[in-house]
Design a protein around this ligand. Sequence first.
Ligand code: PEP
Ligand code: MG
Length: 589
Amino acid sequence: MTPQENSKITGIPVSPGIIFGKARVIDRSRVKILYQYLISERQVNLEVDRFKEALAATKEHIVTLRGRMPEPLKAHGFILDTHLMILDDGMLDDSTVRTILDEKINAEWALKKSVHGIRQLFDQIEDEYIRERINDVENVAQRILRNLAGKEPPSLAELDERVIIVAHDLSPVDTSEMNIGKVMGFITDVGGRTSHTAIMAQALKIPAVIGLESATSSIPDGTLLIVDGNTGEVIINPDDETIIAYQEKQLAHEKHESSIIRLSHLPAETTDGRRVVVKANIEFLEEVAVALDHGAEGIGLYRTEFLFLRSKEPPSEEEMFEDYKEVAEIIAPKPVTIRTLDLGGDKFSSALPLGEEMNPALGLRAIRFSLKEKKVFRRQLRAILRASAFGHVRLMFPMISGVQEVLDARTILADVMKELDRDGLSFDPAISVGIMIEIPSAVTVADILARHVDFFSIGTNDLIQYALAIDRINEHVAYMYQPFHPAILRMIRQTLEAARANGVDVSLCGEMAGDPLCAPILVGLGIQELSMNAGSIPAIKNVIRTLSAQKAEALLEGVFRRGTSQEVREFILQRKGQEEQEAALPAAS
Ligand code: PEP
Ligand code: MG
């Protein structure tokens, strides 16, 4: 049945762009367990063997796919590695075998029970990225179920025309099987912003909308679709008028994209010639290319937690080294600032011994953890130093509260350098060493800290948390998360003054860096460098280009006279409005 013209469903846009094309509905609906049956004592061992065989067949299939991964997805091979890890780790294996033995039920039923148990554990995890990894477990389980049923799903390698893939969900295995050249975009029923479908679509630079709930049930195979990866809209069976309207939108989008990309590669320089360096914050190696595309002049903050969060085992020195080296090489000759581990607080890893704490934000976090778990710290320092031989690497310590921590960290660093020398491994002996200024005590002693480091990076996310005593992940106090709070602005000013007096460079890498309304204050205060998520770079560069550094400096007198965050904000908005009006007036003759 042809669906009604112009019916529309809306989901989460995860990869931008507008496409028109034919739907290819992938019926990979979950394998239904038709039979749930009890088995006799005699059959138990046979059932365990049947399960183990299905497990082995699944593993073999994934290993084969890993070897055949299309070029643009090679960087995402870790996703298939995750699947192999799930198979190897025993999580599914042990509990399913135990259930078969204890409850004497068939393998399919036992496997389903295991997945249910694992899902309940994952549901309690706060971190969205980790919570969503349950999808990997389910993908693997689906494949084992298919192998138990003795049927492999239809291959996606045989796509013979360009299509839009419509699926319930797309596992990395599905994606790696596809003839990517024929795929115009993805739409799926399920998935979150950090799901692999999203990551894959971004890597392939094809539009994608996920979480549509009813895509597979409301779109017959072969239907014409419009997918708007910017807004999340999917138009099913569009009429001519709608097609023309979306073609115009597509043109406007492409024009806007190309103008942003074009301008984002220009430097951010005020109208009176003050340069501000704009860099990107990244969390994964894969984001470096996106950062460069958006005009980043380097990586101002590489958060290194995610290698630790991705797996159950802490990464080895080699794994970290390979990862950091690749970032350094891709971004070179531009610099990358690699921050040592900042686990704790809201970022937990099962790979490391982080105990449960009453106040994790005030607990064994970041540099405190590194200074306690010296082995982990030294391993990471070795990896960072070794990577410094392959590009322009800077090293940064998070959560510094005072001078002693810097001295302790530097002592270990010096020792690790000696060790590398002894091992005959190269590194940059003059590597710049900096610290995050994100605890109020560090602001107070910034002048002393400045004598021991090469640069500061102001982390306003935590600085606001600790200065205003608000938990940054507690929604009840989110209203107090105020970058314009006079206390925060004074702390930024104090840090910049201490740095200037002592000749150290300062960057600002909290979310505030990417807020266009904060830019005039930061430029007025003389910030030399901002680092932010890549998506904000074009807009911030653009704002800086419209500012005069002199006028921004003059603005500060009014800013620092205001007593509340609200007043500062209104003052900035009012000044902005005034300047826009003046700019619109014809010049006085
Ligand atoms: C910050 O605290 O501002 C910061 C940039 O670091 P993170 O968000 O990783 O704590
Ligand atoms: Mg921080």
